[in-house]
Write a protein that binds this ligand. Structure first.
Ligand SMILES: [Zn+2]
Length: 162
């Protein structure tokens, strides 16, 4: 944290945007160091102006990421930001679920759990499971060996941990 006075002394105010001149992280966002911690300049500007640290992410109405002018900033969620960037032609379309957006997937987390349970039961071969779920045998192999869909928890371990 640095005092507001010091913060604003590193800002070049124009009629439009207020440009942070105190350094940046190479991703277009202004940053500064204070007491061994790195802060985003636009988040800090929002904090100075509003008196509270933003919980969500900070959106730039002006689309100028180095800008720290408080009335160009508003608080939003990560989803807002992604959609915002998308509408402005930057970034990628809003992400769907991490597993279900995978190029392989006709699969859902639900199916992945099922396939693993069915395979673990020893009653089905990978080919049978592939046919049953309408996916390739290779995909089944990857699923049961946890090479894909690693983030899908095994229901047994989940229960044991709970
Ligand atoms: Zn601006």
């Amino acid at each position: 944290m640095i005092p507001g006075e010091e913060f604003w002394s590193r800002v070049h105010k124009t009629d439009g945007c207020w440009i942070w001149t105190g350094g940046n992280r190479g991703n277009g966002y202004g940053t500064f160091w204070a007491q061994g911690k790195r802060y985003y300049a636009h988040r800090y500007a929002y904090y100075l102006a509003s008196g509270k640290m933003p919980e969500g992410i900070i959106l730039h109405a002006c689309d100028n990421t180095i800008c720290v002018r408080p009335d160009h900033l508003s608080e939003g969620t990560q989803a807002d930001n992604v959609i915002d960037m998308w509408h402005k032609g930057r970034g990628v379309p809003p992400p769907r679920h991490v597993g279900e957006s995978h190029p392989y997937a006709k699969l859902t987390e639900e199916t992945v759990r099922q396939i693993r349970q069915q395979y673990d039961s020893g009653h089905y071969t990978q080919s049978e499971l592939a046919r049953a779920h309408g996916i390739g045998r290779t995909a089944v192999g990857c699923v049961v060996r946890h090479e894909t869909w690693r983030h899908v928890g095994d229901p047994q371990t989940t229960k044991a941990a709970a």
